[in-house]
Design a protein around this ligand. Structure first.
Ligand code: SF4
Length: 666
């Protein structure tokens, strides 16, 4: 490598779905000009992209013997996996297998994982990314065609009004925020921030709407009502490109804005003003985060855009602010139980035929089970599992119960960088390469596919998941897994997934291309705007759905507080900023609990107790507390949303409940 790193291979930052390019010059991480970071800038998380890579890595396969994990050769470890899987299939069939992929693995790895599952005869394959942004993704897929951002982030420069809902991109996607959102606002766009938590994004906002938890859908629905009442419906767009408008309009009824505002705890004047601003604007875009966690909210936000004709043009549309580095690509590649590569349903005959022609066998036509259901069935209907870079032992559910489920399997195989809560239960542990040690591609939050080149070597005998999955496929299935390189697997993905047609490693080069691509012109970055002519639905139109939000307001138990969970992109561990795991509590709630800023607090509910530090601030409303997802996860197992907060004795900031934030293998 040259001194300035100019000739170093480049890869993609593993810490969030923005997808900034970087390299390592042998001494430090350096940003490199890329489609997501055109100035070569990295945020403070990105510059630490190699820090976790060195942490106590696994360097050789481990196989359980006499109750202990002991070193073994790759040959021995893979034999154990193959024998175990074949025994389970012989006894109970392929549906007794489970395959759990990862939103930080490459497109090629996720493609091979789902191919392995499906060529063995089961659709029991899933990845955690499907759970993130689930409501928005499902709404987009069902009503427009694809579970993906409709527009390129770069064209926010043409937006008049940006509605950021349930997200804090200023902190979680800082490079995208500074290169797309901030310039738009500087150029005169109006930023509306809808979030119960006042945060870094709010500082740039013209209007902040902070609905009580549980009332987001009610607020979004009343905005639709006001737009209709103001006569700001784009009638030509509604007539030519949508269906179901009359039923939608009837569902809105005559809104009592003051009553809705009182229920949601927001200013009615602000609601009227936001509706008027949206209705008057030529171009409106919505950016959604994990705070949009109800289908009714996603439906209403999409309804707002359909009403006003804000889809299919520059500066409009829905931007899904995905968190983990390859969330989009894992789903694109088909690592989900109900969709084949290219987002086709598992019972789509044409898609199954494409796969049969490529694989020699068609995938099953009935959906598999989700990760949640698969883990629940471990030891019962499911007897063996391959877990690629995931850590279900610290998932949002009862850790003891999950541990018992993992132990009940006949065979648990885990590929990982280092020992984790899940490897402790494994029968075979395979040492994996980190993202910066891999070749392949990932797809960022606005559908840009980029190549990764290894910028470091894996330690010891660690291998990329691609090599492990290919070798298991060769042994368990045969010639269909003769992919010498990730390039070959990607070429196959482009043949079976229409969304990836016309993409190729050669055309990607050092740049990126968006799906869907148009031809093989390497200078064409791909289609930044989906649905310019028609939607990818059966009739080419987008259906309205009637809105009927219940507007439930639960202020919790008498001494309880509603917990708002921050999103996960990057996370405080990667960030290294201990202050990010503080509990934000309103001064009124702090006073009745005798808490001062900086005090140690215990956050308690039936699921867990998390000890952290109080941040007393009006950034949250009374009755609501805010905690980052990595610290809050144990508290929200099983869907609990209420917590008690009381003084604690010791002042830890890192939650004492779990050690691995599972925020994404670097
Ligand atoms: S964490 Fe996200 S915004 Fe920061 S450098 Fe990495 S990809 Fe870019």
């Amino acid at each position: 490598m040259s001194d300035d790193g100019a000739e170093s291979p480049t890869t993609v930052c593993p810490f969030c779905a923005v997808g900034c390019r970087l390299t390592h010059d042998g001494v430090r991480v350096r940003g490199r000009e890329g489609p997501a970071n055109p100035n070569g800038r990295l945020c403070r998380k990105g510059v630490r992209a190699f820090d976790a890579v060195d942490d106590e890595r696994l360097t050789e396969p481990l196989v359980r013997r006499d109750g202990r994990l002991v070193p073994a050769s790759w040959e021995t470890a893979l034999d154990r996996v193959v024998d175990g899987f074949e025994d389970v299939m012989d006894d109970q069939g392929a549906d007794a297998l489970a395959f759990l992929g990862a939103p930080h693995c490459t497109n090629e790895e996720n493609y091979l994982l789902q191919k392995l599952a499906r060529t063995l005869g089961t659709n029991n394959v899933d990845n955690r990314a499907r759970l993130c942004h689930a409501e928005t993704a499902r709404t987009l897929a069902d009503r427009l065609g694809y579970p993906a951002s409709t527009n390129a982030l770069a064209d926010l420069r043409e937006t008049d009004v940006l509605v950021v809902a349930g997200a804090n991109p200023a902190a979680r996607h800082p490079v995208a925020f500074d290169s797309a959102v901030r310039p738009a606002v500087t150029d005169g766009a109006t930023l509306v921030h809808v979030d119960p938590h006042e945060n870094e994004t709010t500082r740039l906002a013209d209007r902040h709407v902070a609905p009580r938890p549980g009332t987001d859908a009610l607020v979004a629905t009343v905005l639709c009502s006001l737009v209709v009442g103001n006569g700001d419906v784009d009638r030509a767009f509604v007539r030519e490109r949508t269906t179901g408008f009359e039923r939608f309009r009837a569902s809105l009824r005559d809104p009592d804005v003051d009553a809705v505002a009182a229920t949601a705890g927001v200013d009615p004047g602000t609601l009227r003003s936001v509706a008027a601003t949206v209705g008057d604007a030529d171009r409106v875009a919505v950016l959604t985060g994990t705070g949009v966690d109800e289908t009714a909210t996603a439906d209403a936000l999409l309804g707002l855009l359909l009403l006003t004709g804000n889809l299919g043009r520059p500066g409009t549309g829905v931007h899904v602010l995905r968190g983990l580095s390859n969330e989009q690509g894992a789903t694109d590649a088909g690592c989900v139980p109900d969709r084949l590569p290219g987002h086709r349903p598992v019972d789509d005959d044409a898609a199954r035929e494409r796969l049969r022609a490529e694989w020699g066998v068609a995938p099953p036509a009935t959906p598999g089970d989700t990760e949640h259901d698969l883990v629940s069935a471990f030891g019962d209907e499911v007897r063996a599992a391959l877990v690629v870079g995931e850590n279900p032992a610290v998932a949002k559910r009862d850790a003891d119960r999950v541990a018992r489920r993992l132990d009940a399997l006949d065979l648990l195989v885990v590929t990982e960088l280092s020992r984790s809560e899940t490897t402790a239960h494994a029968d075979v542990v395979l040492p994996a390469a980190a993202g910066v040690e891999k070749a392949g591609t990932t797809t960022n939050l606005d559908r840009q596919v980029q190549r990764l080149r290894p910028v470091a070597d894996p330690p010891g005998e660690a291998r990329p998941d691609f090599a492990v999955l290919r070798d298991l496929g060769r042994r368990l299935v045969g010639d269909a897994f003769d992919h010498a390189t990730p390039r070959a697997a990607f070429a196959e993905l482009t043949r079976v997934a229409p969304t990836y047609a016309d993409l190729s490693y050669d055309a990607l080069g050092e740049r990126s291309r968006r799906w869907p691509a148009r031809g093989d012109d390497a200078d064409d970055p791909g289609d930044g705007i989906l649905y310019a002519e028609s939607f990818a639905t059966d009739d080419g139109r987008a259906p309205f759905v009637p809105l009927d939000p219940e507007g439930t307001v639960d202020d919790g138990e008498r001494d309880g507080l509603r917990l708002v969970v921050g999103d996960r992109a990057g996370g405080f561990v990667a960030d290294g900023d201990a202050s990010d795991c503080r509990l934000t509590v309103h001064p009124d709630d702090a006073a009745v609990r005798s808490l001062d800023d900086g005090d140690a607090v215990a956050v308690v509910n039936d699921a867990a107790t998390v000890e952290t530090t109080a941040r007393v601030s009006t950034a949250v409303r009374p009755g609501v507390v805010y905690l980052h997802a990595d610290a809050a996860d144990p508290l929200v197992r099983g869907g609990e949303t209420t917590v008690a907060v009381r003084p604690a004795e010791a002042p830890p900031c890192r939650g004492s409940v779990h050690g691995d934030p599972d925020g994404g293998r670097p």
